[in-house]
Structure formats: structure tokens, C-alpha cells
Ligand binder design. Structure first.
Ligand code: ATP
Length: 201
């Protein structure tokens, strides 16, 4: 369970948000919306424990994440604008290094799931933006952690890519996972499990 308690953040002397209180249970996702500069990425950074809030705290299963540090970070996976792939390594090799040791057949399965099977041997730096996003999804699947934090995961994806992301997210939630994400696009098929937070309101 992820909890935001009376959370506030300041950047460059500007108050971005305050008094955020929210409980996110296993099986739920939070979609953070708002105009450019509203503080969406900042909120994700605070949730990951990378940026200190000006006030309040983030708790994981009732404990402030500041008291959990590495233990908490091992429970979350972050997918940002820069996917963090190794450019010289192939798509398959990047997945091999994604998390715990995996066999070649598991890597093949994940490549198939994210639609990159035919690009397994392509160095990541030659992948298109949407293909890199898909590789990021593959790494998420291999990390097998409960909390996904996704910053604009739909950018650069075609319609099938958007549907794939929504499908994998729904599966993750059905398996008892949680997610916090920002997106300017609609995520199909997540009614009932998607909660909304608008930082522009
Ligand atoms: N490291 C930083 N130092 C100073 N100011 C920052 C820093 N990071 C972000 N900001 C400022 O904080 C504000 C919120 O930025 P943030 O990236 O959280 O917004 P966002 O809602 O994610 O925007 P976008 O939709 O454009 O991605 C912006 O005005 C930005 O310039």
C-alpha cells in the first residue's frame, strides 16, 4: 500500500502542490494529470524517494520510505523519459540485465509480449522511440516488483503500443501490483482500477 500524507513540493521557490493525501491499494493505479510544469514528474520523484518533499511524507505499507530507503527502492521500478537502456547492447541483452537472472527463453517470451521478437539482436541505440518504450515495458516485466512508477509511458507509442501498455498495466494490477503514472493520453480498459489526481485543479 502506498500512502501520500499531507505531501507538498517546492521547486525554484514555487509551490507545486500541497496537502496531497491519498491511499493507493494493491490492484490500483493512480494517474497524475496536469499542465506542463504542474509538478507531475516532481511528484513521481518524491514517490520514488529521489526528491525530498517540502512537507509530509510517502509511506509504503505504513512506514515512511525515508526509513526504508533501499528496501523500498527494490520494490519499485521507474520508467522515465530516458528509458535507461544500454545503447550498445541488443534488446535481448538489455532484458538479460533487467533484474534477477533470467534464461534466454524468458527473455524471448518477454520480447514476444512487447512485440520486439524480430528486433532481439538490434542494439538498443538503433531502436525507434516507440520500440525503446516497448523495451522499457519488457524491463518492467522482468523486474517483477509491486510498484510501477511510469513517467509518460505512452509517448511515442502507436495505437497497438498504447493498448499493449494498458493491457500489461491491467495484468500487473490484477496480480496485486500498484502503479503511479503520468500521461496526457487516455489509457483504455482500466475503468474501476484507475484513480485520478489532477495537479492543475
Ligand atoms: N531540478 C529542478 N530544479 C529546479 N526546478 C525544477 C527542477 N525540476 C523541475 N523544476 C521545475 O518544477 C516545475 C515542475 O516540473 P515537473 O517536471 O515536475 O512538471 P511536469 O508537470 O512533469 O511537466 P511536464 O508536463 O512538462 O513534463 C517546473 O516549473 C520545472 O521548471
Amino acid at each position: 500500500m502506498l500512502e501520500l500524507r499531507d505531501l507538498a513540493a517546492v521547486r525554484s521557490n514555487t509551490l507545486l502542490f500541497r496537502r496531497l493525501n491519498l491511499l493507493l491499494h494493491a490492484g490500483e493505479a493512480l494517474r497524475v494529470a496536469g499542465p506542463n510544469g504542474a509538478g507531475k514528474t516532481t511528484l513521481l520523484r518524491v514517490i520514488c524517494g529521489l526528491t525530498e518533499p517540502a512537507r509530509g511524507q510517502v509511506c509504503w505499507d505504513g512506514t515512511p520510505i525515508s526509513a526504508l530507503s533501499d528496501e523500498y527502492r527494490a520494490r519499485l521500478a521507474f520508467l522515465g523519459h530516458q528509458e535507461g537502456h544500454f545503447g550498445d547492447l541488443t534488446a535481448a541483452e538489455n532484458l538479460r540485465l533487467a533484474g534477477q537472472p533470467v534464461t534466454g527463453s524468458v527473455v524471448d517470451e518477454v520480447l514476444e509480449q512487447v512485440g520486439l521478437r524480430t528486433l532481439a539482436d538490434q542494439p538498443a541505440r538503433f531502436l525507434s522511440q516507440g520500440q525503446r518504450r516497448r523495451l522499457g515495458l519488457g524491463r518492467l516485466l522482468l523486474r517483477a516488483v509491486p510498484l510501477w512508477v511510469l513517467d509518460e509511458p505512452l509517448t511515442g507509442l502507436d495505437r497497438q503500443g498504447v493498448e499493449l501498455t494498458a493491457h500489461l498495466l491491467a495484468q500487473h494490477l490484477a496480480d496485486g501490483g500498484l502503479a503511479v503514472l503520468t500521461t496526457h493520453q487516455d489509457l483504455p480498459g482500466l475503468d474501476g482500477v484507475l484513480r485520478h489526481l489532477d495537479l492543475g485543479a
